[in-house]
Design a protein. Structure first.
Length: 203
């Protein structure tokens, strides 16, 4: 099966200052089964079994470092603005962050986010997907000069948007590039539309 993915280079040009990370597609889990058994919390402190939610139907999964990151907030707003269109395509949106349920509740209320944003305090989702930055002492000092909330577990989830087909297979992924380009509604629509297509076959 041929997986179409966008180029993934996340560079330290943003306010949160993330280092560039090379996330090769063949090193990524290509199925939501990598998230099986993980139980997160919703903004109302209810258990949320993300693996089960993702396997039910087509999905867009957004991982982000926290509500303090303006680039993540932009991505969430883009998702909010296309949520109805994606729902018409039977595509659900799920976002995951290491923020507390209380912080997430404030986010939902402030920005009118209509989809699930789950709390993953231990950063298990991003770690399972290989979308984290491990923080050394120098990096921690750098983050202290920003608005970043320093995680106790020593890893930072990277802003990524993953598109999963109904069978749980990863179809495509978006992440910020070195030039700082932000996700657009048009890109989300196009990538979500590909979830309706059968997977390409290697001949």
């Amino acid at each position: 099966m041929k997986i179409s993915l966008l180029i993934l280079l996340f560079a330290g040009t943003f306010e949160l200052g993330c280092k560039a990370i090379a996330a090769e597609t063949d090193k990524l889990p290509l199925h939501v089964s990598s998230l099986e058994g993980l139980v997160l919390k919703t903004s109302t402190y209810q258990d949320y079994k993300i693996g089960r939610a993702l396997i039910r139907r087509k999905a867009v999964l957004l991982t982000f470092p926290g509500t303090w990151d303006p680039y993540s907030i932009h991505a969430l707003k883009v998702m909010r603005n296309v949520e109805v269109e994606l729902a018409d395509m039977d595509v659900q949106i799920i976002a995951v962050t290491t923020d507390t349920p209380l912080k997430i509740k404030e986010l939902l209320d402030e920005h009118n986010i209509p989809f699930v944003v789950a709390s993953d305090l231990e950063n298990r989702v991003a770690q399972s997907l290989g979308l984290v930055e491990t923080l050394d002492e120098a990096r921690l000092e750098q983050l202290k000069t920003t608005r970043a909330v320093i995680p106790e577990h020593g890893t930072l989830a990277l802003l990524n948007i993953l598109f999963f087909r109904a069978d749980g297979e990863l179809e495509s992924r978006w992440a910020p590039t070195q030039d700082g380009a932000l996700i657009t509604q048009e890109e989300v629509r196009e990538m979500a539309a590909h979830l309706h297509m059968p997977p390409a076959l290697d001949l």
